[in-house]
Design a protein around this ligand. Structure first.
Ligand code: SF4
Ligand code: SF4
Ligand code: SF4
Length: 777
């Protein structure tokens, strides 16, 4: 409020300004739950319940700590560091640091998005992620913060909270603070929870501002793959996670009527998000495609924003004479800040190669500079690639001295020396085969004493495959509609839809992305609800069946049994957790508002959801997993996931761990070890599929639902390992749980194990949820 001049009895007041921080009319009738804006310890008791069942299993990378100058400290066995910390606590501390980095990345990204959207559209810009189809527009914010945001400006309060919590969490990792591994783990869960909220903030802000699909079931099919690019046109490549610079490029192309003249291509989440803005953008691949695409020479200009951008991308760009534009303060790459220069001057300097690239921190300039540069550079570059030609491969391969350093450094143990030997004799088949499983890290090249460009040779041998790389992926849809939740809530909670399987995260795959696509198709065929996001969503689209169709063409995009639902980029992960939470709210009518523990208890006991991060790699992937854990949703990772240093494993042999309250009677009832683990690594795709099916079981399953889940679990085990699993008896509570088609063999096992019928409880871990206390006689 501004008052120019006010005459009062006690004098004249001039230029008075009054501002009131928060004075909003309360329109939301839902009563406030017990834990709005929880602190580091508010949900500690809930965490301890989970951690009692799922004890951390540590796999230290190294036995030393060197975080402060009192170290290095040897933490082997019972030894403690100079600060008094034990090995388990140190491992959990490292996990907390990792998850804090991941959460900071999403919170920082969300803050940048909200700030730039506020400047462009105003703080009053309404949040709208699905019109009347999505009344619960921000389930995680409602759940954690207890507020119902309606405008972009309302998200500031949420971000203030997240930034505060993150600071407190990071402080915990300082030398001489927390000493308990369990308390460290509880804080890991807290960091995961705030990470989920940050992702929701980011995605609902960008959906609302940029008009991304609003919970649409059938979004457009987007072209995917290097073979989809029209290389006769100037090509722009965008890489990263923060979409506003790419949006500016699209706007500029439209304004100047150049949309059909210039190819806009992208890698990683910026590509997923820009394809939500325009279906004309082309997605090249997940982050592991950075080197191969740049070395192909196709991009004429490279625009990077933040997160998951290779730190050596400027060097690689210079090798193919493609200028690079950095657009984010977190990723300046040593480039000169040209934000305040005239666009034409910047373009001239890059086209003449006077500078290899520039830093432009004003998003509104990026479109013009990137487009003009691409158009002017393209004729000069003539798509100069970096792949050796087939005729050159033989000669280069002959330099190999078979030292095997490359294979030792390859995360996927690729048989590079053998491939080099064959290539030296003119047989490139082994090199070509490696293309599908290579994650594009170039560690082999760094290790090679002969300086052989191994990754480029793989690409050179696979040139035909590269040209054929043309797929379709459905654009990210964002949120799940309330009506979809109403329709599937019952079947999920009763177990009749066997589970919700979410394929999320990065492409550090042990055997290439094809395995993700195969798992997606397998579970969709089995009528699970399959969700995808981020690089896993891209990988799921990079495989065609015999009819030439990808998973996105084979299955509907709706949140229903047999649907394959691409929610969008990494930050769209929030909608998957949000869907689980909305089941509790919309289907079961539980209060969401500031009511985390009760809702997590509901999700844990009733919603058969499992996260799968088959190529989990980054700190953000660790944070995303942690958010699922606190909600009681298990996560399966691929073999590289063990490098996160610890798993959260249940012990099915310890019967005492698997008792829960029956909310109807107050009795403590043995349930199956369901779900058996909260965080577990699988060595192979086959192991993962069996584990996923098992982890979808929940104590609340009806007999019909449990029979459906057991059918999938046993069938997958038999197909992949040739026998029925040895723990089926633990999951059969009554004879009605036994699948009819498997009755004979399962009943035989039950008899051998001296199985006894059990009660199916109305399960809860929370004594306060018991409706009728047991009457003591
Ligand atoms: S933080 Fe503790 S364990 Fe680590 S180096 Fe310092 S004193 Fe040693
Ligand atoms: S670039 Fe490919 S082959 Fe080389 S180390 Fe990485 S995964 Fe192995
Ligand atoms: S590191 Fe280089 S020289 Fe050694 S085996 Fe591998 S390709 Fe050959």
């Amino acid at each position: 409020m501004k008052i120019g001049e006010l005459k009062t009895d006690f004098g004249n007041i001039k230029d008075l300004q009054l501002s009131i921080g928060q004075a909003k009319e309360e329109k939301w009738e839902e009563p406030m739950g017990p834990t709005p804006f929880p602190s580091l310890t508010t949900l500690r008791e809930w965490d301890k319940k989970l951690l009692e069942r799922y004890k951390p299993f540590y796999m230290p990378f190294c036995d030393m700590c060197c975080l402060c100058t009192q170290g290095k400290c040897d933490l082997t066995g019972p030894k403690r560091g100079a600060c008094g910390i034990s090995m388990p606590a140190q491992q959990s501390r490292t996990v907390l640091i990792t998850v804090c980095i991941g959460a900071a990345t999403h919170i920082g990204h969300a803050r940048e998005l909200v700030t730039s959207i506020s400047e462009k559209f105003g703080k009053d810009h309404p949040l709208d992620v699905g019109g009347h189809n999505v009344e619960v527009e921000a389930p995680l914010i409602r759940l954690v913060c207890g507020i119902k945001p309606e405008t972009i400006g309302d998200l500031d309060e949420v971000l203030d909270y997240l930034e505060n919590q993150l600071t407190q969490l990071l402080a915990v990792t300082h030398t001489g603070q927390e000493g308990s591994s369990v308390d460290f783990e509880s804080k890991v869960f807290h960091a995961g929870m705030i990470d989920q909220v940050a992702m929701e903030v980011a995605d609902i802000a960008q959906i609302s501002a940029f008009g991304f699909p609003k919970a649409e079931e059938e979004t457009p099919l987007i072209e995917l793959g290097m073979g989809a690019v029209d290389t006769s046109k100037p090509v722009i490549l965008v890489v990263g996670h923060n979409v506003p610079p790419a949006v500016n490029i699209v706007d500029y192309l439209q304004k100047t009527k150049l949309t059909e003249e210039v190819e806009l291509t992208g890698i990683c989440c910026t590509s997923l998000d820009i394809s939500r803005y325009t279906p004309k953008a082309k997605i090249i691949g997940p982050i592991s495609w950075q080197l191969r695409y740049v070395r192909s020479g196709v991009p004429d200009v490279i625009v990077v924003d933040e997160q998951c951008v290779r730190a050596d991308l400027l060097i690689e760009a210079q090798r193919i004479h493609a200028p690079l534009i950095a657009t984010n303060q977190k990723n300046c790459l040593g480039l000169e800040d040209r934000t305040n220069d005239r666009p034409d001057d910047i373009v001239a300097d890059m086209v003449s190669e006077k500078v290899p690239g520039v830093l432009i921190l004003d998003t509104n300039q990026v479109g013009e500079v990137a487009t003009k540069t691409a158009i002017q550079v393209a004729p000069k570059r003539k798509k100069m690639g970096f792949f050796p030609k087939k005729e050159e491969l033989k000669e280069i391969a002959r330099k190999c001295n078979q030292c095997k350093e490359c294979r030792r450094s390859c995360p996927n143990d690729a048989a590079i020396p053998e491939a080099m030997k064959a290539a030296g004799k003119g047989n490139f088949a082994l090199l070509e085969e490696m293309y599908d499983e290579c994650v594009g890290c170039a560690r082999c090249e760094q290790a090679c004493p002969q300086k052989i460009p191994i990754h480029s040779m793989i690409l050179g041998a696979a040139q035909e495959k590269v040209k054929e790389e043309k797929y379709k992926i459905r654009a990210g849809r964002g949120a799940i509609q309330d009506i979809e939740i109403r329709q599937v809530g019952g079947p999920i909670v009763l177990g009749e839809i066997p589970g919700v399987v979410a394929f999320v995260g990065c492409p550090n795959f042990p055997k290439g992305g094809k395995e993700v696509a195969e798992m997606v198709i397998e579970f969709a065929k089995r009528r699970y609800i399959v969700c995808t996001s981020g690089c896993a969503a891209i990988a799921a689209g990079m495989y065609k069946n015999d009819e030439g169709k990808t998973a996105y063409e084979l299955f509907p995009g709706s949140f229903e049994a047999g649907g394959v639902v691409n929610v969008g980029s990494c930050v769209s992960n929030a909608h998957i957790a949000g869907a689980a939470v909305k089941i509790a709210s919309i289907f079961a009518r539980r209060n969401l508002r500031g009511n985390y523990e009760e809702i997590a208890d509901y999700v844990y006991n009733r919603v058969g959801a499992v996260g799968v991060a088959w190529g989990a790699m980054t700190q953000k992937a660790a944070a995303i997993a942690s958010g699922f854990w606190r909600l009681g949703i298990p996560v399966v990772v691929g073999p590289h996931g063990t490098k996160y240093r610890r798993m959260l494993l249940g012990r099915r042999d310890k019967e005492e761990l698997w008792y829960t309250y029956d909310a109807r009677t107050g009795d403590k009832v043995y349930t199956s070890p369901a779900p058996e683990h909260l965080f577990v690594a699988a060595e192979t795709k086959e192991e993962a599929m069996v584990m996923i099916a098992k982890l979808c079981m929940r104590p609340n399953d009806t007999s019909k639902g449990r029979a459906i889940k057991l059918t999938n679990y046993v069938d997958l085990h038999k197909r992949n390992f040739g026998s029925i699993p040895d723990d089926v008896h633990l999951y059969v509570r009554t004879m009605a749980d036994v699948p009819i088609t498997m009755k004979d063999e399962i009943v035989k096992m039950l008899n051998e194990k001296q199985w006894k019928e059990r009660t199916i409880p109305d399960p809860t871990l929370l004594p306060r949820m018991i409706r009728k206390a047991k009457v003591k006689v």
